[in-house]
Design a protein around this ligand. Structure first.
Ligand SMILES: NC(=O)c1ccc[n+]([C@@H]2O[C@H](COP(=O)([O-])OP(=O)(O)OC[C@H]3O[C@@H](n4cnc5c(N)ncnc54)[C@H](O)[C@@H]3O)[C@@H](O)[C@H]2O)c1
Length: 354
């Protein structure tokens, strides 16, 4: 391997993977291509440079920008408009052009150079209505999945790759699912190597959390900067649940996948923190209070947002079976990591996070 391209390489996941692969393969040229659309991604440039990652200001919507990089051997496709609300509150063209056409441009670059691709997909490929139809119980602080369910691919552990894909899922989820389908065709038709990771919530330091994306960082940051929060939807009581994956845990999996591309090619994995690394919003509030010592006002909005889901837990049994990987960082460790990062860069981050 001579060159690894990380598209969206100045973003939260992309920068962590780019620096991580550069550490692991110091002789390889690692290029982070990003158009810096995401506010705060520019803060990663100095970190990328320090780690020996080459930065190219470019756009995945432009084949010319991608071709200007020369030959590549592996593409980590991390560019995206990653908000599930994109297209609802603004026109959908940027989302579709980046997440779908941009992804196809990356696959096309892979075809031209015979490169392998690891595609960062999302749990949002699973239809929202089907997830919201699952049987749940309600405890004092959260929703929990019942053991008996009428749909396949779901258990108390969460949602596996067998969960049905029929239904709508948000434009974000749809563009990522289309990307997955096209990547699989590229792999089959052109004999390329590739892996798809359908990730639940990924979080950790250097995520530029905002109202519509990056909820864990948003939650910790609002506590640290003393700004109010809101429980939105599902009665406004903060019982909706997500699992969380620390980005360092994701990096470990991706490094394993790079080393085992031959045996893992063509696989689609559900990747996330799972039941053990999950929290409801009100549980997250309690942890933030404990970690930061701060308490902020939390309002309630009973109306549920479009494409929102009551609970998502990743059943990552399959990826563990095939790779031995499992998430290591728990929710308190994740919250502490994020709080320490914000405390260490309080002024620089204030304009983005507060
Ligand atoms: N963060 C999560 O919870 C999560 C969960 C599941 C999947 N994912 C996927 O992981 C990938 C990375 O997400 P992230 O959390 O790092 O988001 P991010 O917004 O931090 O990173 C995406 C990067 O892509 C860049 N970008 C946007 N449009 C571009 C374009 N047209 N050309 C080039 N660069 C462009 C942005 O500037 C940004 O730096 C995405 O594909 C996302 O769908 C993220």
């Amino acid at each position: 391997m001579r060159t690894i391209l990380v598209s969206g390489g100045a973003g939260f996941v992309g920068s962590c993977l780019a620096m991580g692969v550069k550490r692991a393969y110091s002789n390889v040229r690692v290029v982070a291509l990003d158009n810096l659309k995401r506010r705060g991604s520019e803060l990663n440039l100095v970190r990328l440079r320090g780690a020996g990652v080459e930065f190219v200001h470019g756009d995945v919507r432009s084949m010319e920008d991608l071709e200007s990089l020369g030959a590549v051997d592996l593409i980590l496709e991390c560019s995206a408009e990653p908000s599930v609300l994109a297209g609802y509150t603004s026109a959908p063209d940027y989302l579709v052009n980046t997440n779908l056409l941009g992804a196809v441009n990356c696959f096309e670059l892979a075809r031209r150079h015979g490169a392998a691709t690891i595609f960062l997909s999302t749990s949002r490929v699973y239809p929202a209505a089907a997830i919201n139809s699952l049987a749940v119980d309600e405890t004092e602080t959260r929703f929990v999945l019942r053991a008996e369910q009428s749909l396949p691919g779901v258990s108390v552990r969460g949602i596996s790759e067998q969960f049905p894909l029929d239904g709508t899922r948000s434009l974000y989820g749809a563009t990522k699912l289309c990307g997955e389908l096209l990547l699989r065709e590229y792999l089959e038709m052109y004999g390329l190597k590739g892996i798809i990771n359908r990730c639940g919530v990924i979080t950790g330091p250097w995520q530029m959390g905002k109202i519509d994306q990056g909820v864990v960082v948003l939650w910790v940051a609002r506590h640290m900067y003393g700004k109010p929060l809101k429980y939105i939807g599902y009665g406004g009581r903060g019982k909706q649940v997500r699992d969380m994956l620390h980005v360092d845990d994701l990096l470990k999996l991706v490094l394993y996948q790079i080393d085992h591309l031959d045996s893992l090619t063509g696989q689609t994995f559900n990747v996330g923190g799972g039941l053990e690394v999950s929290a409801s919003l009100c549980e997250l509030t309690a942890l933030c209070r404990e970690t930061t010592g701060a308490e902020v006002p939390i309002g309630a909005e009973t109306e549920t947002r479009p494409a929102d889901i009551r609970i998502y837990l990743t059943d990552y049994t399959r990826v563990t079976e095939l790779t031995g990987w499992r998430p290591e960082k728990n929710v308190p460790a994740i919250v502490q990591d994020i709080a320490a990062w914000i405390a260490g860069h309080r002024d620089a981050l204030e304009a983005v996070l507060a």
